[in-house]
Design a protein around this ligand. Structure first.
Ligand code: PLP
Length: 372
């Protein structure tokens, strides 16, 4: 049996709204996608440039200094101590890893891959590419009594969430890990918005990781953290990310990826190293988003939407209580394009996702238009 049919690519359905929003004087404010717009930090650009002489094949596993920079970053920014550099593997952005992880782990027909009900669509796509069964898992109790055929092979978590901005706390994560270990389920936690934590009562620099010792009890068995530098370092165009955790699982991924030529290019590996060693540009970028978020949130609320969750990450998850397409239409009339919640699952049908990834000038224009 081959892969399951893939879902329709939903962005095409936004085209008429894009046209409507673009016709407003002053042009489109596009808040429908989470693509960074600020410059790639100079320190990263320079590292890429100075690694441009690359006649030989790079290591699929990444150089030891890159893997160590990842473990240092986890210790420094995420409170994850004791991560083995052998359990780190660079990836070509994290979307490809999300899409291929079930396949790389050997999932196939009859295997269940679980993910949140309102979620980044690629978890579902990855299950389908493997020919596995995609299944929404919102709360472990909802799975009911498990049998070998209903126990997920892989469970995705996404914290902070795209699109909702919800953050899973240490206790929640620890419960999932205990449950997963009891049932032999691999947990992959997609954490690419961890540095963009807006909670004013947070006592740590980033949101909790699945690899946090308070979550894991000190063992990374059965656990993978998936992380991307696209958002925090404005280098989505480089395709720079990594997966880290259980050494045995990472070795399995490495083995297949070596055979399949899934190698992060050498200049990108060097750029990642530079990005991971420099916290200053991440703080600077976070400050930019914080300012945009504050003004946009007030304007969105003034316009009559209720912002829910949105505690971290690059989006406001908002509802007018109406069908999401009606809200998309109302905002398009103000020249602002947003994504309907339905793109992220049926449960999002009354929400819209509003991205913070526009320039200060475009955000200011959106704020004016929402007030007008
Ligand atoms: C939850 C989530 N995971 C993964 C990605 C992929 O990021 P990239 O492929 O740029 O590393 C995104 C991008 O928007 C995302 O929102």
């Amino acid at each position: 049996m081959g892969p399951r049919a893939l879902p329709d690519f939903p962005w095409d359905s936004l085209a008429p709204y894009k046209e409507r929003a673009s016709s407003v004087a002053g042009g489109l404010v596009d808040l429908s996608v989470g693509t960074p717009v600020d410059p790639t930090p100079r320190v990263v650009q320079e590292a890429l440039r100075s690694a441009s002489d690359a006649p030989g094949y790079p290591q699929t596993w990444g150089t030891p200094d890159l893997r160590e920079a990842v473990t240092d970053w986890f210790a420094r920014r995420r409170g994850v101590v004791g991560l083995d550099p052998d359990g780190v593997l660079p990836t070509m952005g994290s979307k490809e890893l999300v899409a291929w992880l079930p396949t790389l782990l050997g999932a196939g027909p009859g295997d269940v891959v679980g993910f949140p009900g309102v979620a980044y669509p690629t978890y579902d796509v990855g299950a389908r590419l493997a020919g596995a069964t995609p299944q929404v898992v919102d709360g472990l109790a909802a799975l009911g009594p498990l049998t070998p055929s209903t126990t997920p092979k892989l469970l995705w978590l996404n914290s902070p969430s795209n699109p909702t901005g919800r953050v899973l706390g240490v206790e929640h994560l620890a419960k999932v890990v205990a449950w997963a270990r009891q049932h032999g389920v691999v947990v992959a936690s997609d954490e690419c918005y961890a540095e963009l934590d807006w909670r004013t009562d947070a006592t740590e620099p980033t949101t909790p990781s699945i690899l946090d010792p308070r979550v894991t009890g000190g063992s990374h068995d059965g656990l993978l953290a998936v992380y991307s530098l696209s958002k925090q370092s404005n280098l989505a165009g480089y395709r720079a990310a990594f997966v880290a955790g259980d050494v045995t699982l990472v070795r399995r991924l490495l083995e297949v990826r070596k055979h399949a030529g899934m190698i992060v290019p050498w200049p990108v590996q060097r750029a990642m190293l530079a990005a991971l060693r420099d916290d200053a540009h991440v703080a600077q970028q976070k400050a930019r988003y914080a300012a945009r978020r504050t003004s946009l949130r007030a304007a969105v609320e003034g316009f009559g939407l209720e912002v829910q969750h949105s505690d971290a990450g690059l989006y406001l998850w908002a509802t007018a209580g109406d069908d999401s397409w009606a809200t998309v239409g109302a905002l398009a009339d103000r020249g602002i394009l947003v994504a309907p919640g339905t793109f992220y699952g049926e449960a999002g049908r009354r929400h819209v996702r509003i991205a913070l990834t526009a320039t200060d000038e475009r955000i200011a224009l959106a704020v004016d238009r929402l007030a007008g």
